[in-house]
Design a protein. Structure first.
Lengths: 185, 192
């Protein structure tokens, strides 16, 4: 299907989905609100919130953009044995395993530098790594499902897949972080 | 290409940009920590923040992906100053969508908080903060995404891999700073 390039066509294709996703994100804001006391008690966890959500969204959006282009160029088949698909999935998990421990360490150092921390560094790193690996696996599943749905519904995957993947990663990011903190902290 | 080749290439292309955007995310965390008094002054702001930041990512991420695909397909020329109507249509659509959805998210936040009987600032305050923050961060994001995608493509980088992290980094840094500026402005003008 050809990509659309007029303001009206782009808006018509995206606005309803954006509105739905905004409502979903308000739900994740409500989760954050209930979790606020714990975040304020442990400043390193508060610093960790935007970067965990952002990095998870990045992993999903890189994967989604690569799959969308492969799809437009005709080099992708939605088969688990497809090399393009499997290779990108493996890279997503490997990237999470590399970046999240550093993110945890960075959050701990920043909170140490700006007013003290209440948690040991290894706890913050463990929280980041466990959340990151869970989110990478979820990002792969969500991206493939959204790409397939866009294909079946004949929507341009660039307009649809990235928003769905990024938002699901955002909401899951808050929920997964909340769950991991409850187990590890 | 084998699975291993695809994975190695994807990993190498994505790692530098992901690392840079993680630094941006940590900076956003610091700004968020410094906004505690603003969060107390404007009830409901914390609930609204994920929706505002996500809307930036959604709108400008999709715009960047669209420009990437156009570049790959040869529809758009990566000139230093974009001269193609398609580029300006994509940017205009992103600005309209970004501001409209931010205002909508503020209205939904207000409605949900009232329904749950939780404390909330006035509808006008939340919508004003969302619209001002959306305009300020939208300008920064549109410029950053177009420049990154075009300059990257000219240097032989895959814009697909650049766009997501550039949007998240710019969105986190400028998004949080724009939100801070918007809250202070609206409160100074009598909202709250």
């Amino acid at each position: 299907m050809p990509a659309t390039w007029s303001v009206r066509a782009i808006t018509r294709s995206m606005l309803p989905l954006l509105a739905v996703l905004a409502v979903v994100e308000v739900g994740s804001g409500l989760v954050l609100d209930t979790f606020e006391a714990q975040l304020l008690r442990h400043p390193s966890l508060l610093v960790l919130v935007p970067v965990t959500i952002g990095t998870a969204g990045n992993l999903g959006s890189v994967l989604a953009a690569r799959l969308s282009t492969a799809f437009h160029l005709g080099t992708l088949s939605l088969d688990p044995r497809d090399d393009e698909l499997a290779g990108n999935a493996v890279a997503t998990v490997a990237l999470a395993a590399t970046v999240f421990p550093l993110v945890g360490a960075g959050a701990w150092v920043l909170s140490l530098a700006t007013g003290g921390t209440t948690l040991p560094a290894r706890t913050v790193v463990a929280v980041a790594l466990a959340s990151g690996l869970a989110l990478a696996a979820l990002a792969v599943v969500v991206t493939v499902a959204a790409t397939y749905a866009a294909y079946r519904l004949e929507l341009d995957p660039d307009d649809v897949v990235i928003p769905v993947v990024t938002n699901v990663c955002d909401v899951l990011g808050v929920v997964v972080l909340f769950g991991v903190v409850r187990v590890l902290v | 290409m084998s699975v291993r080749d695809v994975a190695t290439q994807a990993y190498r292309e994505a790692l530098p940009a992901l690392a840079v955007s993680a630094v941006g995310g940590l900076f956003a965390g610091l700004v968020l920590g410094g906004m505690r008094s603003d969060l107390r002054a404007v009830s409901g702001l914390l609930v609204l923040i994920p929706a505002l930041l996500a809307t930036r990512g959604n709108v400008y991420g999709a715009m960047g992906a669209k420009l990437s695909t156009g570049l790959h397909q040869g529809l758009i020329e990566p000139t230093p100053i974009p001269d193609d109507r398609r580029v300006y249509s994509a940017v205009a659509a992103a600005m309209v969508n970004g501001v409209a959805v931010s205002a909508f998210a503020a209205a939904v936040t207000y409605g949900v908080l009232v329904a749950l009987a939780r404390p909330t600032a006035s509808l006008g305050t939340l919508v004003a903060v969302a619209v001002v923050a959306g305009l300020l961060s939208g300008i920064a994001l549109a410029v950053a995404v177009v420049v990154a995608a075009f300059a990257g493509y000219r240097r032989g980088l895959n814009p697909d891999t650049l766009v997501g992290p550039v949007v998240t980094t710019t969105g986190d840094v400028f998004g949080m700073v724009a939100l801070l500026a918007a809250v202070r402005l609206v409160v100074a003008l009598g909202g709250g």
